[in-house]
Design a protein around this ligand. Structure first.
Ligand SMILES: *Cc1c(COP(=O)(O)O)cnc(C)c1O
Length: 232
């Protein structure tokens, strides 16, 4: 089931790329494995998947310990500063940086471990009150500030679109995030390329790909509905 689901999502992603005239290699499918056991990740790993997304530091660390080291771990959830030190040398990309203080902490811990940490800036393009992330108009300034920090590299932007029945409703938000990245690129800030765009989830990843996503974060469509009643 798992590998079939993965293949289906992958095929849909390819179709969306073709429709938009994009190269399929330019989009990475991240299997969001939060709440699912390491065995499920192993199955997809054997199937060829290397990119997995987690939203809790503890869970990411537990899985990191027992799974192959060439997995690319994506931290997609809200990150507390006091937990940064546990993951800076283990994650491929942190998608959810939304403050200078958090970026400073990442920079500090990256220097201690002698690594460069790749990050995305989380933008709340839909301006939902319940969500983390920067306002669109605050983003360029923060990108500039963070880019001056050592040990940290801003690669692009991320957004979590609203939950909607009809994915078309989110097209505007994906388009806005893409436009924001273009606007920031045009500012020609030193050492800044914000070409990566992490957007699109189970309900709307095809639309996101059509609008320029370079990472899509898909959980439910691959693993099934999550069960939050039992803590892992
Ligand atoms: C859980 C989660 C996803 C995956 O959502 P699905 O709807 O299950 O595909 C994507 N992005 C973030 C930030 C998440 O927390």
């Amino acid at each position: 089931m798992l590998t079939q689901n993965y293949d289906t999502v992958y095929e849909n992603m390819k179709t969306a790329c073709e429709k938009a005239g994009r190269e399929q290699e330019d989009v990475t499918l991240i299997a969001v494995s939060k709440t699912y056991p390491a065995e499920d990740i192993s199955k997809l790993y054997a199937h060829g998947c290397r990119d997995f997304g987690e939203n809790k530091v503890q869970e990411l660390l537990e899985k990191y310990e027992v799974l192959p080291k060439d997995i690319r771990w994506h931290m997609i959830g809200h990150l507390q500063r006091n937990k940064v030190k546990y993951i800076v040398d283990k994650v491929h990309l942190i998608h959810s940086v939304d403050s200078l203080r958090l970026a400073e902490e990442i920079s500090k811990e990256a220097l201690k471990k002698n690594v460069t940490v790749n990050i995305l800036i989380e933008v709340n393009v839909a301006q939902e009150e319940s969500k983390f992330g920067l306002k669109t108009e605050e983003t360029a300034a923060l990108v500039e500030q963070i880019s001056a920090l050592p040990g940290i590299c801003v690669k692009g932007l991320m957004t979590i679109a609203p939950y909607v029945e009809n994915a078309e409703e989110n097209r505007q938000y994906f388009r806005n995030l893409k436009q924001l990245s273009v606007d920031i690129m045009h500012k020609n800030i030193d050492n800044v390329t914000v070409g990566s765009l992490s957007m699109g989830m189970s309900g709307d990843y095809c639309v996101a790909v059509e609008e320029g996503a370079t990472y899509i974060r898909v959980g439910t469509s691959i693993f099934g509905e999550r069960d939050y009643s039992q803590k892992m």
